[in-house]
Design a protein. Structure first.
Ligand SMILES: Cc1ncc(COP(=O)(O)O)c(C=O)c1O
Length: 442
């Protein structure tokens, strides 16, 4: 240990912050020190309205007693148990609760620790599934432009973000991409699902024609792309994708890391759109963000394909030290119970029209070039400053923080996703503050 190195409590240099402009932040830090309900409290004592449920994860709001107590109790009862070849009751209970909450075809749950790991897990299951059935040539993975599937190599390969290619090289081979579904020239200021663009799913036929269906394992998409700016599926698009994948024996994976757990007013987007993929990836709202945890939901058909061969053999050669961690499982159980008991998904569904009107009330404010919404999600797209993309939205983020409102920006798009416990009064507060920000933005 380097004993002569002295740290002072407010030294910010050691922590290399994720997805953060580190130098800017450390010159003028923005620190939250506590949170309750819909509000964070800053180090200087201000209450900041949480317009983003943390990072799309605190769907039940903050400091929820049932979740806090469950975590406290679990950590004293069983802090950790090995996840391989051993079990503990809470992981099984949570898998059952998740199955009961999910739409019908999803019967099995594989636990991970994050959305990124859920994506890697689903992609690996897809390839291994085909192999287990004797179709080992199906290894290709198809993603979509502007898709976000976390930060690991599989996820950034099927994802469609140019910065990942700029910074991290050639990524996985054997990957292709569908076009994104964002058509502002036709769909700007649409309320809910846009009318135009279902035919973009047909591009999958071209990809199949190019590579051969027998080389393709899976297509992965976010049913509604969140992190690259709230890109909504055009009416009929997901249905077409489902039809084409099924016809060619290709698995369809919905990445529901953002859309899971009530964001659209139902358990998962699959239920909301009534389109059933073969696998669902989730994380975030699974534990209300309190303890890291993710999961992959699969059908019987996928799971059962692995359950063959000698019984002493491991069927899926994959797993994490913390898969189904007891404390995370306890947090997950208490979170799902909180959603159910408080009717939070129903609250999101019933508030969605009010939310929609509130988001679209910003139309006409300076620099606003598009507004999109669905469930308790809203996006306000700003015209970029020439030669300085992202700068205008980042300024809006800083100004909102000064006005005691937490928003999130991606590119020049403001994305909103409040906790599902939000009230009409808090929606008014949120958009009152945001319109002040936008009115004064350069
Ligand atoms: C659709 C989607 N997939 C994966 C991830 C990655 O999740 P995590 O940050 O928990 O790894 C995210 C995170 O925002 C996401 O939105």
């Amino acid at each position: 240990m380097a004993s002569d190195r002295k740290s002072v409590p407010n030294d910010l240099s050691a922590f290399w912050m994720p997805f953060t402009a580190n130098r800017q932040f450390k010159k003028a830090p923005r620190m939250f020190v506590s949170a309750d309900g819909m509000y964070y409290t800053t180090a200087d004592g201000r209450k900041v309205l949480d317009g983003t449920a943390g990072l799309w994860c605190c769907n039940a709001g903050h400091n929820r007693p049932r979740i806090t107590e469950a975590v406290q109790k679990q950590v004293t009862e069983l802090d950790y148990a090995p996840a391989f070849q051993m079990g503990h009751p809470k992981a099984f209970e949570l898998a059952n609760a998740l199955r009961d909450m999910a739409p019908e075809p999803f019967e099995h749950v594989f636990f991970t620790n994050s959305g990124s790991e859920s994506v890697e897990t689903a992609l690996k299951i897809a390839i291994a599934y085909h192999r287990a059935r004797g179709e080992g040539s199906r290894t290709r993975l198809i993603g979509r432009e502007r898709g976000y599937h976390g930060v690991n190599f599989g996820g950034i390969s099927v994802g469609g973000i140019v910065n990942n290619r700029r910074h991290f090289g050639t990524l996985l081979t054997g990957v292709d991409h569908l076009p994104h579904t964002h058509l502002p020239e036709k769909n700007a200021f649409t309320r809910g699902q846009p009318e135009h663009g279902a035919e973009l799913a047909d591009e999958l036929e071209d990809i199949v024609a190019l590579h051969g269906a027998d080389t393709i394992a899976a297509v992965i998409v976010e049913p509604m792309a969140g992190s690259t700016g709230v890109l909504l599926p055009p009416k009929g698009y997901l249905e077409r994708l489902r039809e084409i994948t099924k016809r060619h024996g290709i698995l369809l994976i919905f990445d529901e890391v953002i859309t899971g757990f009530g964001r659209l007013g139902s358990s998962f987007a699959a239920e909301h759109f009534n389109v059933m993929p073969d696998m669902i990836t989730c994380a975030k709202g699974l534990t209300n963000g309190v303890i890291p945890m993710g999961a992959v939901l699969t059908t019987d058909a996928i799971h059962d394909a692995f359950m063959q061969g000698p019984e002493h053999m491991i069927e899926l050669f994959h797993g994490y030290t913390y898969s189904g961690n007891p404390v995370a499982s306890a947090a997950g159980l208490a979170t799902l119970e909180t959603y159910r008991e408080e009717g939070l998904f129903e609250n999101a569904a019933s508030l969605a029209p009010y939310w929609e009107d509130a988001v679209h009330s910003l139309k006409g404010l300076p620099h606003v070039i598009d507004i999109r919404n669905m469930g308790l999600i809203g996006a306000i797209e700003l015209e970029p400053i020439e030669g300085a993309p992202t700068k205008r939205a980042f300024q809006a983020f800083l100004d909102a923080y000064e006005k005691d409102l937490l928003i999130r920006t991606t590119g020049d798009i403001i994305a909103l996703s409040p906790p599902l416990m939000i009230s009409k009064g808090e929606i008014d507060e949120l958009f009152g503050k945001l319109s002040e920000v936008l009115k004064n933005l350069e």
